[in-house]
Design a protein around this ligand. Structure first.
Ligand code: AP5
Length: 211
């Protein structure tokens, strides 16, 4: 296993954070912690936290910092084999809260332009059963409605409508992109071009983790 076990993935919506985080977790044994997946699960189960989060998510806005830090802090502390954080932190205030929880080994920034994001996310489908991520344009499954891994139903996320995607990108530029400089200043940042195929991006990540 890589000695680097406390990882963060940063990047605009659709850059491939979830796709890569799943592969990193499978390859290295660290825990994949996605604030977006946790929030969608809370919304799906109709919990009070889901009720708080839903409106923000449907508009493509960020859920308030304290709600997120309270939700994820304990899971990060409990991840004994290490973690790959996908979608957290997303503001400087969240990054400062993460500093209080512990140190990081590396922050990987995956970048992608607004138009590439729109093209990717309008074609994204996710398996309701196992969470596997597909893309109808770039790597379509044999049947666009059925997961090849578990036979589950492939669905479109509610925030993958073009107007919401564009707002999510604006929110990223305004509130999350400053984290790139924040982590570069601390010597933790590695930048990867998200335009290459997902295998090429993963190979680059493996190089980073093996260095
Ligand atoms: P979240 O679920 O984190 O969404 P996001 O950051 O917008 O990221 P996505 O999941 O859309 O994209 P991704 O980068 O994971 O890309 P993927 O791998 O799927 O958050 C959702 C909402 O929750 C937020 O808007 C907010 O409201 C709330 N929230 C979450 N965390 C929060 C926080 N910390 N603070 C406050 N609010 C928070 O890939 C995208 C597509 O591209 C797929 O179809 C995939 O197959 C394809 N693909 C991936 N890589 C490649 C490649 N290299 N080449 C071609 N296709 C590729």
């Amino acid at each position: 296993m890589s000695p680097l076990t406390r990882l963060v993935l940063v990047g605009p919506p659709g850059a491939g954070k979830g796709t890569q985080a799943k592969r990193i977790a499978a390859e290295t044994g660290v825990e994949h912690l996605s604030t977006g997946d946790i929030l969608r699960d809370e919304v799906g189960r109709g919990t009070p936290l889901g009720g708080t989060a839903k409106g923000f998510m449907d508009r493509g806005e960020l859920v308030p910092d304290q709600v997120i830090v309270d939700m994820i802090g304990g899971r990060i502390r409990a991840a004994d084999a290490g973690f790959v954080l996908d979608g957290f932190p997303r503001t400087v205030a969240q990054a400062e809260a993460l500093d209080e929880i512990g140190t990081l080994d590396v922050v990987i920034s995956i970048d992608l332009s607004r138009e590439e994001v729109v093209a990717r996310l309008t074609a994204r489908r996710v398996c309701e059963g196992c969470g596997k991520i597909y893309n109808l344009s770039f790597r379509p499954p044999a049947d666009p409605t059925t997961c090849e891994a578990c036979g589950g139903r492939l669905v479109q996320r509610e925030d993958d409508r073009e107007d919401v995607i564009r707002n999510r990108y604006d929110v990223y530029e305004r509130q999350t992109a400053p984290l790139v400089a924040f982590y570069r200043d601390r010597g933790l940042l590695v930048e990867i071009d998200g335009r290459s195929g997902s295998d090429a991006v993963f190979e680059r990540i493996v190089q980073v983790l093996s260095a």
